[in-house]
Design a protein around this ligand. Sequence first.
Ligand SMILES: Cc1cc2nc3c(=O)[nH]c(=O)nc-3n(C[C@H](O)[C@H](O)[C@H](O)COP(=O)(O)OP(=O)(O)OC[C@H]3O[C@@H](n4cnc5c(N)ncnc54)[C@H](O)[C@@H]3O)c2cc1C
Length: 374
Amino acid sequence: MRDERTADVVIVGGGVIGCAIARRAARGGLSVVVVERATPGMEASWAAAGMLSPLAEANGPGPFLDLLVRGREIYPDYAAALREETGVDVCYADAGTLFVALREEDDEELCARWRWQSAAGLAVERLSASEAREAEPALSPAVRMALRFPGDHQVDNRALGPALWSAAARAGVRFRLGEQAVRLLRAGNRAAGVELAGGERIHAGAVVLAGGAWAGMIEGLPRPVPVEPVHGQLLALEAVPPMFRHVVDSPRCYLVPRAAGRVIAGATVESTGYRKAVTPWGVRRLIDGAVEIAPALEHAPLAETWSGLRPGTPDGFPILGLDPEVEGLVYATGHFRNGILLAPLTGETVGGLLCGEPWGAEMAPFGIERFREE
Ligand SMILES: Cc1cc2nc3c(=O)[nH]c(=O)nc-3n(C[C@H](O)[C@H](O)[C@H](O)COP(=O)(O)OP(=O)(O)OC[C@H]3O[C@@H](n4cnc5c(N)ncnc54)[C@H](O)[C@@H]3O)c2cc1C
């Protein structure tokens, strides 16, 4: 039996990012330990809405859009592989996304998006009000126009977390659950493992920081990890029979239809530190935004409210790749609003890096050195 206290790689954090990296590294032949202080996949990864939306998320062409699009492209095969490995269906649904204008001031935002996206050759269609309502009859008569992103889809993130956890475990990853990593161990200029809250040490030649909004909160790091919690509240309404096919987005609210008829409405974007509370302010905003898109939702039963902490960064882009000075220290955090979309790609790229594969030039813009103080 392997010694529990040594591994090739120790990963701090068992959200979708940590589990996807663990799965890939273990499939590449490495011995991997994931340290998770609670239950894998139960923080931001559970709270998310599951949209896979590069075109709604990126504000222009560039490396970030390219990353999101690559993340989206590998999803169908990745979801199929997870089902094969674990039997868990992550409910990848490919009906596309409608981005709707409901007020005069929304038109400019949609038109600007349409201009740069069509100039960049992305798959985007411009719909008139009547075409939008034909595509989604439950839309408000106030709808003015819409963009249709036929390639932007969704997945059930509450299934994705368990699927990745299970796939990683089946690939041989060892999970240390209920354990908190408190310190990075170093041997000179090399990462050498982590120390747990009880004092136990797990020795490893590589350490991956994948703790989401908490990724910077361990001692001994060579530099600050500029990740901040960004609170998001959501709620779910029961709409049976299902009211929408597409994910429907507006400048104030998005609606994500789940297969059984549930509609998720999200999400607030708040700086509340590490406090996760569902508030009347948040619920009111979400209900107002949902009913503005689809007035019939006003009478739908309110099924659930919840919230989570996105790992935000100063520029909104993830932090990925090796530390420039401490060998074997790897960052995989800061996925902000796109960690569900980017989990498979982060798993493949960062997991591949751990296995000795090259780190492509397209990943360079996401290194932590971009935050280096002059
Ligand atoms: C309201 C909301 C809506 C969202 N909607 C979408 C969406 O539609 N599409 C999309 O792509 N993304 C969305 N996101 C973003 C996405 O959820 C996150 O980017 C993603 O889940 C981050 O995954 P993670 O594994 O890095 O973090 P998390 O899921 O937060 O996991 C981090 C894990 O690390 C553990 N941990 C931290 N520190 C330690 C330590 N020292 N020791 C041990 N364990 C530790 C925590 O317990 C936790 O389990 C949304 C997020 C929120 C909050």
